[in-house]
Design a protein around this ligand. Structure first.
Ligand SMILES: [Ca+2]
Length: 405
């Protein structure tokens, strides 16, 4: 959200903002009872490796050791976290010259391997570009050893014109069904001025689902799955999977249940965590969190968030992952998410369809949490910006470990 971005620079609240924050305290809700969620702490990963605005860490199928680190300006590095004194990393891909990272929410935003690597030697990268301002989903070819991707191999899968620099989403990931899911923000500015969230004729303010393994009609670089919810509806984009989302910066599937968890960044009052389902309408801009949004419109029915938090607890949600690792058994099944500005990390469980009360499980003030990613063994890796979020600023990686470890 815009205020969050301004605040992040100073990490302090002005009096007027503090007043807004007080108004935005969430109402008490009914929570499920569940097993206690353990406290965790941040442990540095690759502390000697200089990074510029890291925004994601992912891995290659078949390689559970190396980290692929996405730098927002448009570069991906590879490093083995076991070599903790590493001060220089191999470059996997460098497309900085074609990525526009002029705005705080612009740049190389999300990358993933094809799940069938090395049979399919492909990565999918979602980034913003300029002239004209747009976001782009592209496929690149990867070398046989998985150590380099070829910038010249770029094949554009889709392009979304962007009216403003902010709210570009986005996470692009393969689902357990083999289809590709992409979160696309509402286009930007404030209030969703064009009401894109509730407009099915645009991908803005949506999660879309496409089949990148098949060509579409008329040679399109992707096909639309026949069971997408709006296929055949007059005036609706058939790629849409879910709608009424403001700016899902991060989303992830629970590898065990296949549930799709998302953090949808709020505007001036509430940040929300939602479970994204087929055809679901999450309310933006008629709703913000559990509340009506005064300048919005839309009829519903709307799907409510799983949980929300107000702006005295944090200012911009970074969706995370469901923990399925073996290292911290008490954390199994916990959805972990954070706040970009406050550096707080929470955990919740779902018990019979109801969330447990969000528990603060770790915090590191001064670090801006840009991403929370699960490695193949379940290890949770956080990417952070160290000293505010100016262009070119340094960042760090951390893993969440049990206290006492
Ligand atoms: Ca935008």
């Amino acid at each position: 959200m815009t205020i969050a971005l301004l605040l992040a620079a100073s990490l302090s609240l002005t009096a007027a903002e503090a007043q807004t924050a007080r108004r935005a305290a969430p109402e008490p809700r009914e929570y499920a009872e569940g097993p206690a969620i353990p406290r965790l702490r941040f442990q540095p990963v690759l502390p000697s490796l200089p990074l510029v605005r890291p925004v994601q860490v992912f891995q290659r199928p078949g390689d559970a050791a190396n980290l692929y680190i996405v730098e927002q300006p448009g570069r991906i590095l590879i490093a083995d976290p076991a070599k903790s004194d590493t001060s220089e990393a191999a470059v996997f891909l460098d497309i900085r010259e074609r990525v526009n990272d002029g705005g705080n929410e612009e740049g190389l935003l999300s990358v993933t391997f094809h799940p069938e690597f090395p049979k399919k030697r492909e990565i999918y990268a979602y980034y913003t570009a300029s002239k004209p301002r747009r976001s782009v989903l592209s496929r690149f070819t990867v070398s046989e050893d998985g150590k380099t991707a070829d910038p010249a191999s770029e094949e554009v899968i889709l392009t979304q014109p962007q009216p403003y620099s902010n709210h570009n989403g986005g996470t692009g990931i393969f689902g357990p069904d083999g289809y590709f899911y992409l979160s696309i923000g509402d286009g930007g500015a404030a209030d969703d001025p064009h009401h894109y969230g509730q407009d099915l004729s645009t991908w803005l303010g949506k999660v879309i689902r496409i089949d990148v393994n098949r060509k579409g009609d008329n040679g399109a670089p992707y096909a639309v799955p026949a069971d997408n919810p709006f296929v055949g509806r007059e005036g609706a984009k058939p790629e849409i999977w879910a709608w009424g989302t403001r700016n899902i910066w991060r989303m992830a599937f629970d590898p065990k249940t296949g549930d799709l968890w998302a953090g949808d960044v709020g505007q001036n009052a509430y940040e929300e965590i939602s479970l994204i389902v087929k055809g679901g309408n999450y309310g933006w801009n008629a709703r913000e969190g559990f509340h009506p949004f005064a300048r919005g419109r839309g009829e519903g029915p709307f799907i409510e968030p799983v949980v929300e938090y107000g702006h005295r607890e944090g200012l911009s949600v970074t969706g995370g992952v469901v923990y399925r690792g073996a290292a911290i058994p008490a954390l199994d099944g916990v959805y972990i998410y954070g706040d970009f500005v406050f550096g707080t990390v929470w955990g919740i469980r779902m018990i019979d369809g109801k969330p447990t009360k969000p528990a603060v499980i770790a915090q590191r003030r001064g670090e801006l949490i840009s991403s929370i990613d699960a490695m193949q063994d379940g290890t949770v890796v956080l990417s952070t910006f160290n000293r505010g979020q100016d262009r070119g600023n340094p960042g760090s990686l951390w893993k969440l470990v049990a206290t006492g470890q």
